[in-house]
Design a protein around this ligand. Structure first.
Ligand code: SAH
Length: 223
């Protein structure tokens, strides 16, 4: 019997280890080079973050619907953003805007000191919290709020990852970045670019990484 509390973490059938290994190879083929990130993706069961009806597709390299008009990010994008975020050295405090399914949160939790994750849709946050507990990721703190405002009480952060796209980068997020800290963020409307920002003593350095497609960063909260 597979209930919410006794989810099959190892997976069966289309979620078997062999299917997962194929995804890992694909990440390397697409240019992901950070083994720590790949190992983390290898160890996180993505199928538990997806509704049962779609879970047979969990190890395809694609975004999938998670309800409320939102999606779980594509594994390649999760890998890419995590790799870029970690590129300058170990991170102690990381803010994630857009918890969604909690999948990116779980990947991060194994690689940084502490994750502070913010989601505006309460039911998604509640589900994500459950999954992270199941995976024993106890270094994650959750907040139900508009993440465009950041989480000022817990800042500054040495890393910020945003998984929904604003039209413009929110000033609040830049303000909550520590000196030397990095933020990876998709920006734009129909056409979006993924950017890495580094905060320096002098200001902010911004570098374009690649074209992407994320759901929009929206304001306000949903209960
Ligand atoms: N990394 C997540 C991606 C989820 S999609 C995953 O892999 O599952 C992006 C998420 O950002 C959605 O859940 C959406 O509700 C959330 N979001 C959008 N605008 C937000 C905001 N202003 N504050 C917090 N979360 C937001």
């Amino acid at each position: 019997m597979v209930g919410a509390g006794s989810m099959n973490l190892s997976g069966i059938g289309m979620t078997s280890q062999r299917t997962r290994d194929r995804l890992i190879q694909r990440l390397y083929d697409q240019g992901i080079t950070d083994h720590r990130v790949v190992d983390q993706i290898r160890s996180i069961p993505r199928h538990i973050f997806i509704d049962e009806a779609l879970s047979h597709r969990a190890y395809e390299d694609t975004a999938l619907p998670i309800g409320h008009g939102q999606t779980i990010s594509q594994p390649f994008i999760v890998a890419r953003m995590t790799e870029v975020l970690l590129a300058s050295g170990p991170l102690e405090r990381v803010l994630e805007v857009g918890t969604g399914s909690g999948y990116q949160t779980a990947v991060l939790a194994g690689l940084v000191g502490k994750v502070f994750t913010v989601e505006r849709i309460l039911p998604l946050q509640q589900k994500a919290r459950q999954k992270l507990r199941l995976l024993k990721a106890f270094n994650v703190r959750f907040r139900h709020s508009d993440g465009g405002m950041g989480w000022s009480e817990e800042g500054p952060f040495d890393g910020i990852i945003v998984t929904a796209a604003p039209e413009n980068i929110p000033e609040e997020l830049i303000d909550q970045l520590a000196i030397g800290g990095r933020m990876v963020i998709p920006v734009g409307g129909r056409e979006q670019g993924l950017y890495i920002l580094t905060r320096t003593e002098a200001g902010v350095e911004k570098q374009f990484l690649e074209a992407v497609r994320f759901v929009p960063l929206l304001s306000g909260v949903i209960r």
